[in-house]
Design a protein around this ligand. Structure first.
Ligand SMILES: Nc1nc2c(ncn2[C@@H]2O[C@H](COP(=O)(O)OP(=O)(O)OP(=O)(O)O)[C@@H](O)[C@H]2O)c(=O)[nH]1
Ligand SMILES: [Zn+2]
Length: 206
């Protein structure tokens, strides 16, 4: 399995320079795709489509160019030793197999470490966004969010649950719209203590 570190290394090219989105290359690729499906990319309705699609992909994959540690840089002492849980964070990601959306909600919880350090609540949603905006599979997305929180907050425990519908299973292929996939990643106390895990899952599913 690809490690979190290896995936973050995608932000840096072979020459060590930070990767940036190549708008011209993306536009040319979309134009090629339109030609490949038998369309005329020069007809009026499609003339600006390569530009629009490239911009859309830049947004959908913006998480390739962001550093998760920077997103989680805001940490403050709050002397809080109980669960912090943000539920129902809307999540849109892109299946790396078919490049179509999988989307749903993420629930992110953690118990601060002995030093009582917490991060801003919005940062939990930002970390979800950052990893969602990459070519993904749901299992890796779930683990990466959990591991980023472990790395930055040194918490007693982390729990991440994602519920999503995959359009590659709905609009094509097996065609099962409405089928939902749930993945979880538990770290620390949520892994070792069934009681802690049960309490968090109870709050998440309530
Ligand atoms: N585990 C996992 N599988 C995923 C995810 N997103 C898409 N897939 C699956 O990836 C698999 C790719 O299978 P392939 O046989 O290589 O591709 P395919 O012929 O397009 O497969 P079908 O979707 O069954 O038509 C499919 O079973 C998808 O449902 C994900 O986030 N996690
Ligand atoms: Zn897919």
């Amino acid at each position: 399995m690809t490690t979190d570190h290896a995936v973050d290394a995608l932000m840096v090219s072979n020459t060590g320079e930070a990767k940036v989105f190549d708008q011209a290359r993306a536009e040319a690729a979309v134009r090629e795709l339109l030609l490949a499906v038998g369309e005329d990319p020069d007809r009026p309705g499609l003339q600006r489509t390569p530009h629009r699609v490239a911009k859309a992909y830049e947004e959908m994959f913006a998480g390739l160019y962001c550093d998760p540690d920077e997103v989680l840089a805001t940490v403050f002492d709050e002397d809080h030793e109980e669960l912090v849980l943000v539920k129902d964070i809307p999540m849109y990601s892109t299946c790396e197999h078919h490049l179509v959306s999988f989307h749903g909600v993420a629930h992110v919880g953690y118990i601060p470490g002995p030093t009582g350090q917490v991060t801003g609540l919005s940062k939990l949603a930002r970390v979800v966004d950052l990893y969602a905006k990459r070519p993904q599979v749901q299992e890796r997305l779930t683990s990466q969010i959990a591991d980023a929180l472990v790395r930055k907050l040194n918490p007693r425990g982390v729990i991440v649950v994602i519920e999503a519908e995959h359009l590659c299973m709905a609009m094509r292929g097996i065609r099962k719209p409405g089928a939902r996939t749930t993945t979880s990643a538990v770290r620390g106390l949520f892994k070792t203590s069934a009681v802690s895990r049960g309490e968090a899952l109870d709050l998440i599913t309530r």
